[in-house]
Design a protein around this ligand. Sequence first.
Ligand code: SF4
Length: 1043
Amino acid sequence: MPGESHPYSECIDRLQVNGKDYNFYNLTKLQDSRYEKLPYSVRVLLESAVRNCDNFLVQVEDVKKILDWELNQSNSTEVPFKPSRVILQDFTGVPAVVDFAAMRDAVKNLGGDPEKINPVCPADLVIDHSVQVDVARSLLSSAPNPGGGRSGKASSVSPFKPQTFTAGNSSPKLAPSYNNSSNGHQWRQSSIDPTQSRIRLRPHSKRSRPTKSPLCERNSSSKCEKQFCNSSVGQTAPELIPAVHNLSRFPRAPCKGAAGCCREACCRLPGNENKVCDPLCPFHMKISVGAEALEQNQNMEFERNKERFNFLKWGAKALKNMLIVPPGSGIVHQVNLEYLARLVFCDDGWLYPDSLVGTDSHTTMINGLGVVGWGVGGIEAEAVMLGQAISMVLPEVIGYRIHGVLDPKTTSTDVVLTITKHLRQIGVVGKFVEFFGPGVADLSLADRATISNMCPEYGATVGYFPPDAATISYLTQTGRSTDRVAYIEAYLKANRLYRDFTDASEDPVFSKIVELDLSTVVACCSGPKRPHDKVPVSDMMADFKSCLNNKVGFKGFAIPADKQSTVLPFVYEGQEYTLTHGDVVIAAITSCTNTSNPSVMLGAGLLAKNAVENGLGVKPYIKTSLSPGSGVVTYYLNESGVTPYMEKLGFDIVGYGCMTCIGNSGPLPEPVSEAIEKGDLVTCGVLSGNRNFEGRIHPLTRANYLASPLLVVAYALAGTVSIDFETMPLGNNAEGKPVYLRDIWPTRAEIQEVEKRVIVPALYNKVYGSITDGNEKWNSLAAPTSQLYPWDSESTYIKSPPFFHNMTREVPGYRQVENAFALLNLGDSVTTDHISPAGSIARTSAAARYLAGRGLTPKDFNSYGARRGNDDVMARGTFANIRLVNKLVSRAGPRTLHIPSGEEMDVFDAADRYKSEDHQVIILAGKEYGSGSSRDWAAKGPYLLGVRAVIAESYERIHRSNLVGMGLIPLQYQRGDTAESLGLTGKEKFTITVPSDLSTGQLLTVKVSTGKEFQALARFDTEVELEYFKNGGILNYMIRKML
Ligand code: SF4
């Protein structure tokens, strides 16, 4: 950490907290009245600039520019930003580690020291994107009843009345209770982890018979056996004990089996010490689907991804500063929120704000905790890991004032979908949004995180909530230590980075202010194809009907009138059902957006409980699933008692990871798929995710609605989105009376009461105390320990990429574009998913042919996301989305026209042919090119296809910088120009001359083979980007710097 020679040494200050001394850069010592007018998010940028000022990467001038934010925010002023850390998930993390390994090779080949290639700031990688919903309730079709996966008769016993338990009987009358045993043994769990599918059980002795005493049962030693209990001997802990002692279902320490302690029957037989018992579904007295599905999904995840996981283990060992969170632990942003985030770093006695970039667009979730950070492409993240500053344009900051009170029937998901639509309409792309106003004080930290999570959907760079008292409470609630919380709070207050939302005098200056009155928020979904197409739940039926009629587009499927009543019968598990348009076939409680928020998760559980108690059910063919973002969710759902009800409706835990949210929704039951295809039906997915672009969730769900976990349960119960919940019942109860959604919807007060009871710091300590321990499968992976990665030429997952193969020490200079053909002529809103899909590899695709040529069968193809460590697959997967609309061909799909021959072929094959003919290629596109998730392969893929430039009407922020990072030219039509208005068909040839004195914001002339010329803006926004372009890309630039 810099000392007295630092340009801002006069700002260095000391802070004493709980008897400990800390150093920090005190920005109030700048004695500049502009500081306290700055938005809080900009203050974090300023602190970083002051602290990292070295008059090289960060200059005193940069500090002045940020201080002058009010003046500079609207004039594209460029400033550097050095985040404190980086987060990665495995889809983007694998290619990043592959690049590090390849850069080590390149540095060595060019005569440098490969050890110099290491992250210089903390880089945390969470393996969460690989697990798929291969198995869920609807796919355990051998089950003779909806809840069970093994043989045996369904039981009509109540799930919560203790039943007779006869251990050792192969057709047992098992009870979901620890309390009865006919053979003299009590049964206890000895090793259970919420993230593990199997529970190891061993017998209690009679001495450990459970007691119903409310007193703490501390044993003769000084510590209570119950892991979460801090009570003194004999002391009653009325609030804590019921909550924490029921958790004895899970800890590894002996369980005292409090009444109601476990719904799973414990059935390890005496003398059969190593037998693993299965948790039983209390409704059917059979193995729970959750246990079976979870285990099978995890097994398949490891089978598919062994090579990748092995490689990541190499990275964790070979690269310094890199933490890998093993698969099965949770979702990156939830783990970040609950565990990884520091809020304030303490580094060798120096305090400074936590800030980050992540290789995932929803990195913004952490803005809810007061941490400035956003998603970047893998390429930019690698530069930060190599000690570079990010170059950014000083943003406008939109102040989003929240006031009013939320209706008790609405949820934070409704708020976020409302905000998403609102901010999309306002237009906040490239801007910061900072929330303020008295309504913020009433939002829980988790609610704020949900709103920040969907920042990419409303288009802003960050959706920031400055830290306040609720932030500090959340740190305590999630088990951060008292000492840590104390210095965090003291530092934030000392540096004016902490605020009180009810005190308007603390409001900073904003570029513009917009408002939301919470009382106007109604229950809603978003869809059927875009996250900002909000539909009030009350309008869903009519809206879906109009979508069937509308022409094909974001709100239309163009189903002919005579086909709109199509009904397809099918047989599933021996029963006849029918499917029609609007029917729900996937209902998934998924995504860190919502799984990080206990209120909506518990709300879904309470709704499920009310539904089951009213005799409602979910049709068995609907693929229902629950994918928590951390083990904490499992604990509190179990503790609240809602788990059996969720399982009864099919919302069994199927894995810990992104799953349906990222499109890893797995297969539908065959009869369902066949009916959909046969009837060309617009069937629906309903999910608590944040993205629903066509093709993302499942190829066969053409309509996908984002909704709160409660509404996911509601639509699963209804079985269709074509329902008016106000007038149409969900079903009848035992008395034959209709049950409406309003009859079973839990109130906010009910949810809050449960939340207060079950969310305790001990949950977080328990889960995160062992988060990096891994599991048996992960720990048994043998990874190489060498400095350079020993590439395996047989691997189809991990391959040395060709980016640096012919690299020289000399800077190559600007690449020109001469007589290039248009590889594709695209329209508006082409997403990174169109450019580089993450989902399954179609059997007829170029990538499939490559993999088949390497001896793989389709079941081993895995997804594109999982194969990002293999450039051969990724090049072939570029533009391989079946929904891609290319104006050069007549039908949607991954096809294009090879212009010289007039032949139609796969995009990869056309690119390959152009290359072999020595022809360059470019891409023509419309508005918002590259929107959607940040995806470095959406730039790397086109680079490998030989694309030299893209000419688009506008770009998504991260994607544009990724194109620059790969040495491609992002050209932008001048305002008012489009391919159509310029008369371009895409069948012309294009020449773009790049002058040697190219500067930022320069117009370049594009010469067309028809003789026409037009000017377009070269979107190199900063001097540093020009340097990257000159070097052939950011990584080449970094390698040359290391020599
Ligand atoms: S938003 Fe979805 S895909 Fe992204 S990290 Fe969260 S769960 Fe995973």
